[in-house]
Ligand binder design. Structure first.
Ligand code: 26W
Length: 817
């Protein structure tokens, strides 16, 4: 805590500024202001300074004429902005001094802010971490996305089941956004396209207005910022007025809805492509507005498009913005009279693409008939791109018809016209000069499996960029206790240079440091326990091992395997065979897609198991289970610092990278995990002896499947497994409805156990026993936890973004002058 005279003076100045904002912006005064009103006043203080930084950054970028990167993403999972903004503006400590009793604390004020949950999970949160790093590294950079009125749904648990409620995160207006009244573009849909040689005229049927709302993303240790520009859909004003003027209010309202629904709600699905028309409209809507804005800015600055590719890089965050390849071609050829050949050359130097999943159901394809109807000109462009691409393939591999069919941008639907589909991943690859996966394993599998043909055609395009997380939000802000301890040991520079954490290695055996490290962890556990007690009504023992699995609920992530272990442990405690056990609190959190039945069953089962286990006086001291509702960025900020054990147990080869694994380890949790995604690289950094790796690896998973996997045999041969599964099947945890989990049981034992839970069960349970043994030797546990933190340097998003800037975007870093 700062208490010098200078700090006091600064906090007095801040207090005066807040009081002023309370008066002028909120029209109240400190003695009667509510927490929410204090929040708004404080946000206004930050807003003003962010605005200044934004203007200066734009000025510097224009002056330097440096290349910019535009990061296109359907999702940005920002969370709250206040703590991050105050830290970046160096106001955080002063704000803590301003908000003291009898008034609200700074934490209470910050909790008034709703999360901006404009994303589903990993992909959206990664985009938010990347913006933080781009700003911090001084890259001329913009994020572009959709200003959803309703973000990720709010989850509550009613009778053990997930209930989804809409989440209107900007009730009226957010203090963090700047509406740019002068920035609006028209986006067209439907109609017909008429060819005139190389270019075409698009006679669109509909038009919608895209209005710009900016979020200033502050850099840390720099005055530079990045911009997140989000588009809101609105009816074009002439249509609105026309109907109103004739007194037809109902029609005016209907029209307004029809247009504005484009940016109403985020699709709450990760890992399955919805294939719905509204989703395609959302994708094109934000991509078209972004491209027009980008070209507008470029032309204003350079008066020509000849140097476009020298000055801009556009990144596709998965295939969701892939229609941008066709849109850039349309704008350059049809609207700006560039030749097809020149436009395509530029295009290919401009775009790059990241793949985030190998799951076949997540790979986006769109019916040709749908694209023809909604975006007729783009369909023609895609056909031409495909034609030229396939001509190239024929030149390289003459006569290989099968190869052509496999790599074509169009899936020919086995000759059925109505089943033809556009493969968005293929469009992204053909239109990009660099393509990457998000961990070494994922990138390797990508070129060996789904993109093998393309890797043969264009080997130089494929590479790896292992994900990272921002240490500002996920350590400095989320875990102040551990942060101050690190500051004392290794200095404060780790915030901007995470490799400094290596300096902790020499403290791993220092008993006194270990004790302070453990004390910080315990206070974070207490903080979480208080939250759980308030929100869920379960009192966790802060000395028990906090065993945490937090992420989207999905079969491949195998929350069910974790449940099987919980039941096994419960059974062992009951029959007295549990020797050498440590008291545990098993903590789950995560959302299930609303249409994903099996994922919802898993949530219900967790809650049913929790109800039985937590109410059993025979085991209560040794085992507790809790499902924390409404997992999101802010809940994660509470959970990550409090975890002892990080569950990363996906079937090998299915989790592209994971980023929660990095956040947990960075906060001193040990990982129990499979050889999947970034777990492998985490092991390489922290040392195999400081992580619990178990189960079949990718090659073994493939071999098991090839040999004809028989989960029923494993069930029969393992009594502990059988007992756990039988209890689920017999309704032991659902006495009011005994058949509730038949489908869960069947999916594992009789219907093939697609994600091989039973194949990894025995090894998982054995690894969990090793976890207990270690936890019962606290000094050893502490040592390994410290070594985990020490090894996390490479998992800073700064490292990832520097690598993208160097080998994908070809960008230089800048400082404001
Ligand atoms: C079209 C529906 C849809 C929506 C989102 C399909 C697929 C997605 C994402 C690609 C799913 C996702 O979030 N993938 C996660 O990306 C993270 C960041 O790279 C990785 O760390 C996770 O392993 C990966 O599951």
């Amino acid at each position: 805590m700062p208490d010098s005279a200078a700090d006091q003076a600064a906090s007095e100045a801040l207090r005066a500024n807040i009081d002023h904002k309370l008066l002028c912006q909120v029209a109240t005064e400190p003695s009667v202001a509510s927490k929410a009103e204090f929040y708004h006043a404080l946000a206004q203080v930050a807003r003003e300074q962010l605005a200044k930084r934004w203007v200066e950054t734009q000025h510097a970028d224009r002056q330097s004429q440096a290349r910019r990167v535009y990061y296109l993403s359907m999702e940005f999972l920002i969370g709250r902005a206040m703590n991050n903004a105050l830290s970046a503006l160096d106001l955080r400590d002063q704000a803590a001094l301003v908000f003291t009793p009898p008034g609200p604390s700074i934490d209470e004020v910050m909790e008034c802010e709703p999360d901006a949950a404009l994303g589903n999970g990993g992909l959206g949160r990664l985009a938010a971490c990347f913006l933080d790093s781009m700003a911090t590294l001084g890259l001329p950079s913009w994020g572009y996305g959709v200003r959803y009125e309703y973000g990720m749904f709010a989850q509550s648990i009613v009778n053990g089941q997930q209930v989804e409620k809409p989440e209107p995160w900007v009730q009226d207006r957010s203090p963090w956004e700047f509406q740019r009244a002068s920035k609006h573009f028209t986006v067209h849909f439907g109609g017909t396209a008429e060819h005139h040689g190389e270019w075409a005229e698009w006679h669109a049927a509909d038009a919608v207005e895209a209005k710009a709302f900016d979020h200033v993303i502050p850099g840390h240790g720099t005055e530079r910022v990045s911009t997140l520009r989000l588009w809101k859909a609105a009816a074009p004003s002439e249509i609105d007025l026309g109907a109103f003027n004739t007194g037809d209010y109902q029609r005016a309202a209907e029209l307004k809805n029809r247009f504005e629904n484009i940016s109403w709600v985020l699709y709450p699905n990760d890992s399955t492509s919805a294939g719905r028309e509204l989703r395609l409209r959302q994708e094109y809507f934000f991509v078209s507005a972004s491209m027009q804005d980008i070209l507008d800015r470029h032309f204003t600055e350079y008066g020509s498009f000849d140097n476009l590719a020298d000055k801009i890089a556009i990144h596709l965050n998965d295939t969701h913005p892939a229609i941008g390849v066709a849109e850039l071609m349309r704008l350059l050829v049809d609207e700006h009279q560039m030749s097809w050949k020149d436009a395509w050359e530029q295009c290919r130097r401009i775009f790059s693409y990241t793949n985030h999943t190998l799951m076949p159901e997540a790979l986006e394809t769109w019916k040709v008939t749908l694209i023809q109807r909604v975006l007729p000109r783009h369909m023609l462009i895609i056909y031409r791109i495909n034609q030229e691409f396939l001509d190239e393939v024929v030149r390289l591999y003459p006569g290989d018809i099968d190869l052509m069919r496999r790599v074509s941008l169009i899936d020919d639907g086995n000759g059925h016209e109505k089943d033809k589909r556009v493969r968005m991943a293929h469009l992204s690859i053909v239109g990009s000069h660099r393509i990457n996966g998000v961990s070494q394993l994922h990138s390797d599998l990508m070129v060996q499996t789904i993109f093998a043909d393309f890797a043969r055609l264009y080997p130089e395009r494929f590479h790896n960029k292992t994900n990272g997380v921002t240490p500002r939000r996920w350590l400095a802000q989320a875990n102040p206790d551990l942060s101050s301890l690190l500051d004392e040991r290794i200095g404060k520079d780790w915030r901007l240079d995470l490799d400094r954490l290596q300096g902790l290695r020499e403290s791993a055996d220092d008993r006194a440091f270990g004790a302070s490290f453990a004390a910080a962890k315990r206070s974070n556990k207490l903080r979480l326990a208080n939250y759980v007690s308030r929100e869920v009504g379960i009192n966790l023992d802060p000395d028990s091992l906090f065993d945490v699995q937090v992420k989207r609920i999905h079969e491949y992530k195998r929350q069910l395997l974790n449940v099987l272990h919980v039941i096994t442990r419960y059974n062992a405690l009951l029959d007295g065979t549990a020797v050498g056990c440590a008291p545990r609190s098993v903590i789950f959190a995560g959302k299930a897609a609303s249409s994903y039945h099996m994922a919802k069953q898993v949530i219900r089962l967790i809650n049913d198991v929790a109800a039985v286990v937590n109410n059993d006086p025979r085991t209560r001291d040794m085992l507790q289970v809790v499902f924390i509702p409404n997992y999101g960025v802010s809940v994660a900020e509470l959970i990550m610092p409090a975890a002892n054990l990080s569950e990363q147990i996906s079937t090998a080869g299915t989790e592209a990278s994971g980023t929660g694994n990095m956040k947990l380890s960075l906060n001193g949790a040990l990982t129990i995990g499979t050889e999947d995604g970034a777990n492998i690289e985490i092991r390489d950094q922290v040392g195999a002896e400081n992580i619990f790796i178990f189960g079949n690896n990718t090659a073994q998973v493939a071999a098991i499947r090839a040999a004809g996997y028989q989960p029923g045999d494993l069930y029969r041969d393992n009594p502990a497994l059988q007992e756990a599964l039988d209890k689920i099947d017999a309704g032991f945890f659902s006495p009011g409805e005994r058949s509730r989990y038949h489908d869960v049981f069947n999916s594992l034992v009789h219907y093939g156990d697609h994600y091989l839970l039973l194949a990894d069960y025995a090894d998982y349970v054995a690894a969990q026993e090793r976890v207990d043994t270690l936890y019962l030797t606290p000094a050893e546990w502490q040592r390994k936890a410290i070594l985990n933190v020490a090894g996390m340097g490479p998992f800073s998003a700064d490292r990832t973004i520097r690598a993208y800037a160097d080998d994908t975007w070809n960008l230089k870093t800048l400082t404001n002058t």
